[in-house]
Design a protein around this ligand. Structure first.
Ligand code: NAD
Length: 262
């Protein structure tokens, strides 16, 4: 039965950025499919709320506070999880930030970009994801099996008038990080893919996307004419995390209401 290939019973998943938005949605769907999920984030209260909701719904979740810009801490956290659970089957790298407005604003012009703002985004969106993939790969290679899902962005596939330079550049870097890692990991049975979301109604940039005029500006760029709800990423997340995607690796899949096709 094809539906059996979406089951994650007995699997151990770990999600970064799990307290909110797309990471929360990923954690929820992994748990719904039967996985035990380790939720990590810098937002401890948010983590606890997501863990409580998963447990109340009959799932299994635990919280590990983690800042992905602290690369040694990522390695330690993932080593600890493997030591406690004896396995690591799925890792979703969703923690990400956007800092700095689009080039269409004065503050977002290339000459206005501050080094500190650039470095902060690179530390979380690129180096944090790299260290997550690195730490997960080490265990998954020796296990001979594993799934890694990286949350990139449609802003990493083409220019995007709504985001800043560091965001666009780091998301694009993830697309090729995933291709490169897929080559090394394939002979070990470890599959790595990325998703490239268009605009989703989350708390990124302080929930700016929820403001009606910002939502309208994003919606105007989307062929489907609207922004998405985080629930709408769950199907793709489950596909990439489960045996159902057994012949997929090294790819980045847009989930963007048609933006990448425009
Ligand atoms: P969100 O703000 O709702 O969730 C991001 C989570 O990451 C938060 O819980 C936050 O506390 C956590 N986080 C931030 N910095 C962290 C750090 N240093 N260490 C650990 N956790 C950290 O935003 P979201 O939209 O769900 O973002 C998730 C991912 O989706 C990001 O990588 C983002 O770039 C990507 N994305 C979002 C959209 C969108 O429209 N919302 C579009 C494309 C890509």
């Amino acid at each position: 039965m094809v539906m059996d290939r979406f089951a994650l019973e007995g699997r151990l998943g770990l999600v970064t950025g799990a307290a909110s938005g797309l990471g929360k949605a990923a954690a929820e769907v992994l748990a719904e499919a039967g996985a035990t999920v380790v939720l990590t984030d810098i937002d401890q209260a948010g983590l606890n709320a997501v863990a409580d909701a998963i447990t109340d719904a009959g799932g299994r979740a635990e919280c590990v506070p983690l800042d992905v810009s602290d690369r040694p801490a990522i390695r330690t956290a993932i080593d600890d999880v493997v030591a406690r659970h004896g396995r690591l089957d799925v890792v979703v790298a969703s923690a990400g930030i956007t800092a700095g407005p689009s080039y269409r604003t004065e503050a977002g012009r290339i000459e206005a970009i501050e080094d500190t703002a650039w470095d902060t985004v690179v530390a979380v969106n690129l180096s944090g994801v790299f260290a997550t993939v690195q730490a997960a790969s080490r265990h998954m290679k020796s296990q001979g099996d594993g799934r890694i899902v990286v949350v990139a962005s449609v802003a990493g596939l083409k220019s995007d008038p709504m985001v800043g330079y560091a965001y666009a550049a780091t998301k694009s870097a993830l697309v090729n990080l995933v291709r490169q890692a897929a080559m090394e990991l394939a002979p070990h049975g470890v599959l790595i893919n990325a998703v490239a979301p268009g605009p989703f109604r989350t708390n990124i940039a302080g929930g700016r996307i929820r403001q009606p005029e910002i939502e309208a500006a994003f919606s105007a760029l989307v062929p489907l004419g609207r922004i998405a709800d985080p629930e709408e990423i769950k199907g793709l997340m489950l596909l990439l995390a489960s045996p159902a995607s057994s012949f997929m690796t090294g790819t980045t899949i847009p989930i963007d209401g048609g933006m990448a096709a425009r």
